[in-house]
Ligand binder design. Sequence first.
Ligand code: AHR
Length: 501
Amino acid sequence: MAKLFINEKNKKGHINAELYGNFSEHLGRCIYEGLYVGENSDIPNTNGMRNDVVAALREMKLPVLRWPGGCFADEYHWKDGIGPKETRKKMINTHWGGVTEDNSFGTHEFFELCEQIGCKTYINGNVGSGTVQEMSEWVEYMTFDGVSPMAELRKKNGHEKAWKVDYFGVGNENWGCGGNMSPNYYANLYRRYQTYVRNYNSESPIFKVCCGPNGGDAYWTEEVLKTCHENVPKESHGLMNGLSMHYYTVTEDWSVKGSATEFDDKSWYKTLSKALYIETLINMHGAIMDKYDPDKKIGLIIDEWGTWFDCEPGTNPGFLYQQNTMRDALVAGLSLNVFNKHCDRVKMANIAQLVNVLQAVILTDGPKMLLTPTYHVFHMYKYHQDAELVESFIEGTKTIGEENEFMVPNIQESVSVDKDGVVTITLNNLSIKDSEDMEIKFAELKPSEVTSAIVTGDMHSYNTFENPDKVKETEFKDFNVTQSGISFKLPACSVIQFRVK
Ligand code: AHR
């Protein structure tokens, strides 16, 4: 028996909706086919955007979308993607499969997509192979409403009004694909490039994201914070609003990552324990950030995370297309609980990637679309968006696993309360076989209305185009409401959500 104690009166911090963000890159079939099919496609679309995908993302309440990369961002020259489509430059996508990029999806299309979804915008600029002028003109093109060469160009291309750029990344993975820079070299470039990311609209300033570490690279974090935050005059603090971090859950190693669908018990626990390692990284980089920024003004932006397995057999290895099982559902569930619990420092997170790439929430096959187990987790967790984290604690967790090295707790949780006082509880049972008797106890709340939803199944379960609903969110009714809480049996291998009034 495990008991979840909730002190709903003790609010611990605001959960930014953006923790539930996503990422879309010009990679494989993410943008082309997955999101954008063009106005003349037989696939039902609005201004080229797939209606089925947009509807699903609205239903999931996608809060923010990052674009155009990834590694692609530091090779992307935004002027190639504006103006009449027939004259847009065709280029090779050298990073991802060597395919032709015809630039038919560019700046205008990205904003159109975000408008249809109803989400915030996160643009990633090019430091690796782009100039300061290019970056500064892009910002002018997107956000300046007055008279200027770039504003005129935007108008000529059919968009009178400036758009709103909510987040802007100054480079991506500049320690790797974004230019193989040393932290010091990048940090000085950051200072320079970000200067020209102008805030043309003082009422909605752009949130600037500095490229942060790869996984556990503490040296990068220290150096970048020293150069871009500590060693600038106090009045210039604010050169960065966020520092990014990338961490992928790779079960084996980067050369043989392992299959997304065929795995044994050991690999299940290894994956989940590696996913949970993200909390160690948040604590580690958070401690360094606390040293330079004790008031937590700079957000940790986990703008790439999720599972990375070997791509599906028979698919282009450069397209990173992988299936998504109950194991991915658990990785999503436990990672999102970790982000909630660290909402004092983590201000945005963007799972990689939205459609057809890595730990996608949606897969498509021509006109067909399916929702992955990961989608259903994001859907169940959406009530945490913009809610307040509250104190919670589980008594009676067990440590489980197949090897001493890769042990995980059997149960993991996070709890929030929204502006109407509704409590959302999300719980994961990481065990492959064992259900757990559970009791939820509130400090004061006497539950009057309780609803619950669950995603559960055999650990290998996943959705196919022939059987798209094998794993799905279903209503969970098997609980008893007591004077001070809720009791129920939490099935093995499950992600569950309660909404309590
Ligand atoms: O998400 C795939 C790639 O992973 C991104 O392009 C890059 O930033 C990271 O290495």
